[in-house]
Design a binder for this molecule. Structure first.
Ligand SMILES: [Zn+2]
Length: 496
C-alpha cells in the first residue's frame, strides 16, 4: 500500500452575539464600524487589580446550544481556568478559558461531501473571552490597542482530525457557521472576525508521519482550502524526499496575498500556559432541566430541513442544500410556498401533490436562479431583500396562470427587487399583462382569419404548421401580449 493520507482538524473560534461581555456588564459590540475605541470598558475587562468577574448566563446558554446542535454531551460539571501568557492585548496577563473541563464534550457533525455524507467528530466546545484588538499603523513606531473587544464571549469548537481534503475542511467550517447562525448565537461573519478558523494538518504514508502544523491567520472560507492545499503539498514533498524528520511541530501563518504559509513559532518555543483553575469564579454546573429546555427550543437544523424539503416538495438534494445553507433563503422559500399553497387549496384549480410539487419547483428555480442573480449583482444578502414572500407568491401565480410571458416576468422581478413593488401593479403600470380578455382576442382572430385564407384551409385539413403560423400572426398583432395557449384553443373552436 502506498496511499498518502492527510489528517486535518479545525479549531473554530466564534464570537457570541450576547448583549454584554463574558465577565462584565459592558456592551458586547466589538465589530460596529467606526465605533470609538475603548468606550465599552470597565475595571473588569481592563483587568484592574481587585475587580471580580461574573459569568454571563446568556453566553453559557449560547455555548450549550452550540453543543446541543453539534450532538455534544453537555458537562454536568465544568469550570473556568486561567491561561497565562503575556501579550499587550491581554490586560490581565491571562485569559479566562476552559482547560480540562469544557462545557461541551464529544459530539459530531455530518457534512455532505462530493462522495456522500461524512461524519466529523468534535472533541469539545469550550467558553472563553476574546482579547483586545491591536493594530499597527503603517509607518508608525507604535501599536494601538482597542479594548472594546476585550472580554467578548467566544466559543472554541475543536474537531478531531477527521477531514482528509481541504474541501472537506471548508465544508465543515461552513456547516458549523450555518448552524451557529440558525441557532442565533452569532452572525459568524469571517470578514468581521466573528468566526476564526485555525487548521491542524499532518500527512502520513506507509507508517511515516509528518509533524503537525497549525495554520493561523485564515481569513475566509476560500483561504481554508488554499492554505491547506499549500501545506499538504509542502508536507507531501518532505515525505517523498524522506525529510519528515527535519520538520518541526510548528505554527505557521497564512499570507493570503502571497498564497503561502510562513513559520511563526515552533511548538517547542511555545510558552507553557500554566493553566490553573480560575479562583474568582464558581464551577459551571448547568441545571439539567434548563439544558432540556434549551434543547427543546432549538430550531429545525439545516440537515433536518434539507431532508424535509426533499420529501415535502420533491426537490433535489442539491437544491435543498442550497436553500438551507442560508436560513433567510429557506425561510423565504417556505413562506412563499405557504402563500402559494393557500392559494392552490382555495382556488379550486387542480390540487394535489403534483400541483404542489410543480409550484415548489417553479419557486425554487426563480429563487435560486433569477432572484439570486439580482442579489449577487447588487452584492446583497437574502435577509435584506425588499421583496415580501406574499408579493413573490403573487408573482409566481401570474407566471403559473400565463398572465405574463417570460420577458415580462423578468421586467417585473427587476421592479420588485429594486423597489419592493407589488407585481400586479408593475404589470399594469408597465402594460405587461397578457391579453386574456377573449372578446378583445376574438376581434384580432377574425382579422387574422380573414387575411389568411390559405393557412386557414390548411388548418382545417389538419396541418400543424399552419396552426403555428396563425398563432404567430395573432401574437404579432397583439405585440406578444396574447397567451399562445388561449389563441390555439380559440382558433381550434373557430375552425373546427
Ligand atoms: Zn467591562
Amino acid at each position: 500500500m502506498n496511499a498518502m493520507k492527510t489528517l486535518i482538524g479545525l479549531e473554530i473560534h466564534t464570537q457570541l452575539g450576547t448583549k454584554t461581555k463574558m465577565f462584565c456588564r459592558c456592551a458586547n459590540v466589538p465589530d460596529v464600524a467606526g465605533l470609538e475605541p475603548n468606550i465599552h470598558v470597565c475595571p473588569i475587562c481592563l483587568g484592574m487589580p481587585g475587580s471580580l468577574p461574573t459569568i454571563n448566563a446568556q453566553a453559557v446558554d449560547f455555548a450549550i446550544k452550540a453543543g446541543l446542535a453539534l450532538n455534544c454531551t453537555i458537562a454536568k460539571h465544568s469550570r473556568f481556568d486561567r491561561k497565562n501568557y503575556f501579550y499587550p492585548d491581554l490586560p490581565k496577563g491571562y485569559q479566562i478559558s476552559q482547560y480540562d473541563m469544557p462545557i461541551c464534550g464529544p459530539g459530531y457533525l455530518e457534512i455532505q461531501t462530493a462522495s456522500g455524507p461524512k461524519k466529523i467528530r468534535l472533541r469539545r466546545i469550550h467558553l472563553e473571552e476574546d482579547a483586545a484588538k491591536s493594530s499597527h499603523p503603517a509607518d508608525a513606531d507604535f501599536s494601538l490597542i482597542d479594548f472594546n473587544r476585550a472580554g467578548t464571549p467566544l466559543i472554541e469548537s475543536v474537531s478531531d482530525p477527521d477531514m482528509s481534503t481541504p474541501e472537506e475542511a471548508r465544508l465543515f467550517a461552513q456547516a458549523v457557521r450555518t448552524i451557529y447562525r440558525y441557532i442565533g448565537i452569532s452572525d459568524a461573519d469571517m470578514e468581521k472576525g466573528q468566526l476564526r478558523v485555525d487548521a491542524n494538518i499532518s500527512v502520513n504514508e506507509n507508517g511515516r508521519t509528518t509533524p503537525i502544523t497549525e495554520i493561523k491567520n485564515i481569513n475566509s472560507f476560500r483561504s481554508i482550502e488554499r492554505a491547506l492545499t499549500y501545506e499538504i503539498k509542502r508536507h507531501a514533498e518532505m515525505l517523498k524526499a524522506g525529510k519528515e524528520g527535519e520538520m518541526i511541530k510548528e505554527t505557521r501563518g497564512w499570507v493570503d496575498e502571497r498564497g503561502e504559509t510562513v513559520s511563526q513559532r515552533s511548538k517547542e518555543q511555545m510558552s507553557d500556559y500554566r493553566y490553573f483553575p480560575e479562583p474568582d469564579l464558581p464551577p459551571l454546573e448547568p441545571d439539567q432541566e434548563h439544558v432540556r429546555k434549551l434543547k427543546a427550543a432549538l430550531p429545525e437544523l439545516p440537515a433536518a430541513k434539507s431532508e424535509r424539503f426533499m420529501k415535502e416538495y420533491g426537490m433535489s438534494a442539491s437544491h435543498a442544500d442550497q436553500l438551507v445553507a442560508d436560513r433567510a433563503y429557506a425561510e423565504f422559500f417556505e413562506e412563499t410556498m405557504s402563500e402559494l399553497e393557500a392559494w392552490v387549496d382555495s382556488s379550486g384549480e387542480k390540487v394535489g401533490q403534483a400541483a404542489h410539487k410543480k409550484l415548489a419547483k417553479m419557486a425554487v428555480n426563480w429563487i435560486l436562479v433569477e432572484l439570486t442573480k439580482h442579489l449577487n449583482k447588487a452584492r446583497m444578502e437574502m435577509e435584506n431583500v425588499r421583496i415580501t414572500p406574499e408579493n413573490f407568491a403573487e408573482f409566481l401565480k401570474m407566471i403559473h396562470r400565463n398572465e405574463i410571458n417570460s420577458s415580462a416576468a423578468q421586467t417585473i422581478l427587476s421592479h420588485m427587487f429594486l423597489r419592493g413593488s407589488d407585481p400586479s401593479t408593475v404589470a399594469k403600470d408597465e402594460n405587461l399583462l397578457q391579453i386574456s380578455d377573449t372578446g378583445e382576442l376574438e376581434k384580432v382572430l377574425e382579422k387574422v382569419i380573414a387575411a389568411n385564407p390559405k393557412p386557414v384551409e390548411d388548418v382545417k385539413a389538419g396541418k400543424a404548421k399552419a396552426m403555428q403560423f396563425l398563432v404567430g400572426q395573432v401574437m404579432k398583432e397583439t405585440k406578444g401580449k396574447a397567451n399562445p395557449g388561449i389563441i390555439q384553443d380559440l382558433l381550434r373552436k373557430k375552425l373546427a
